[in-house]
Design a protein around this ligand. Structure first.
Ligand SMILES: C[S@@+](CC[C@H](N)C(=O)[O-])C[C@H]1O[C@@H](n2cnc3c(N)ncnc32)[C@H](O)[C@@H]1O
Length: 276
């Protein structure tokens, strides 16, 4: 069968299976099965698929019907214009998180700490855009750290990016010009309401700290001041309803210039603050 016929059948199956972006997902997965770039797909649609390509596509469509996210199936995600490896051990980097990266890059820094680094997308995007800077990424998950290390290698950033297991600051010493974190922040009672792609496939360690979701911000507020340089900055991603609560925690910790910033959709997404 031609790739075109296989694609049409796959779109119909995904639609019937309740997948919202059936056409887009089917195309992304087909490009992956054919081993070609997504923007080359149309050129290849009239060609007959090999048995191996057909099998690879069937497996990918079956995984998508089981609600596995496309990024996990193809094993990569574009973020900040860069390509990141994604596995079941890492959060799939979200476009909203680019708001934090954009804000981090507004002022220069030499040293940077990323708490809960996951794929390393925040740390590595910042280092890629700040060629003199050095960074440390920590995570509680050794499997996530292995993915972050492979992403650093693929981006040629190994010499400037270190990774280390740590429960937030427990294994971190020294001071940094910039501390960033996109911690797990979903409240325990919101977990059942998440899409199956998130709830059933992404690591719960990356999604929720339990309780009201604010636990990591208490730790960040309490411990960040001892790890920031004189004019150092702390930037955190938040859930859209958490801005005031997180700002209050930072104010109580004696931090300055506290601002709540929106993402591209206008929802509160980042809280920034400084030492000085
Ligand atoms: C929301 S994900 C963010 C991942 C990545 N920074 C991003 O923005 O895509 C939160 C990360 O925090 C990590 N994490 C959870 N609890 C932690 C802890 N106590 N100490 C360090 N990292 C933790 C998770 O393993 C996960 O990688």
């Amino acid at each position: 069968m031609t790739a075109n016929a296989v694609l049409r059948a796959a779109i119909a199956r995904l639609r019937a299976g309740g997948i919202e972006d059936a056409a887009l997902d089917a195309r992304l997965l087909l490009a992956h099965a054919l081993g070609i770039a997504q923007d080359r797909l149309t050129l290849h649609l009239p060609e007959v698929m090999s048995a191996a390509q057909g099998l690879a596509y069937e497996q990918a469509i079956a995984a998508r019907l089981a609600r596995q996210p496309v990024a996990q199936i193809i094993g990569q995600r574009q973020f900040w214009g860069l390509s990141f490896r994604v596995t079941r051990d890492t959060l799939d980097p979200r476009p909203d998180t680019e708001t934090l990266v954009a804000e981090a890059l507004k002022s220069p820094f030499q040293t940077m700490l990323d708490l809960g680094t996951g794929t390393g997308c925040i740390l590595l995007s910042c280092l890629h855009s700040m060629p003199q800077a050095q960074g440390l990424g920590v995570d509680l998950s050794p499997a996530a750290l292995a993915v972050a290390e492979s992403n650093a290698a693929a981006l040629g950033l190994t010499a400037r990016a270190d990774f280390r297991p740590s429960d937030w600051f427990s294994n971190v010493t020294g001071r940094f010009d910039l501390i960033v974190s996109n911690p797990p922040y979903i409240a325990a009672d919101e977990m059942p309401t998440l899409a199956p792609e998130v709830r059933d496939w992404e690591p719960h360690l990356a999604l929720t700290p339990g309780g009201d979701g604010l636990g990591p911000y208490h730790i960040l507020a309490r411990e960040a001041p001892a790890h920031l340089t004189g004019q150092g900055r702390l930037l955190v991603e938040i859930g859209p309803t958490q801005g005031q609560a997180v700002a209050a925690l930072f104010a109580a910790a004696g931090l300055h210039d506290i601002r709540i910033l929106p993402d591209m959709d206008g929802r509160d997404r980042v809280v920034t603050t400084t030492m000085g």
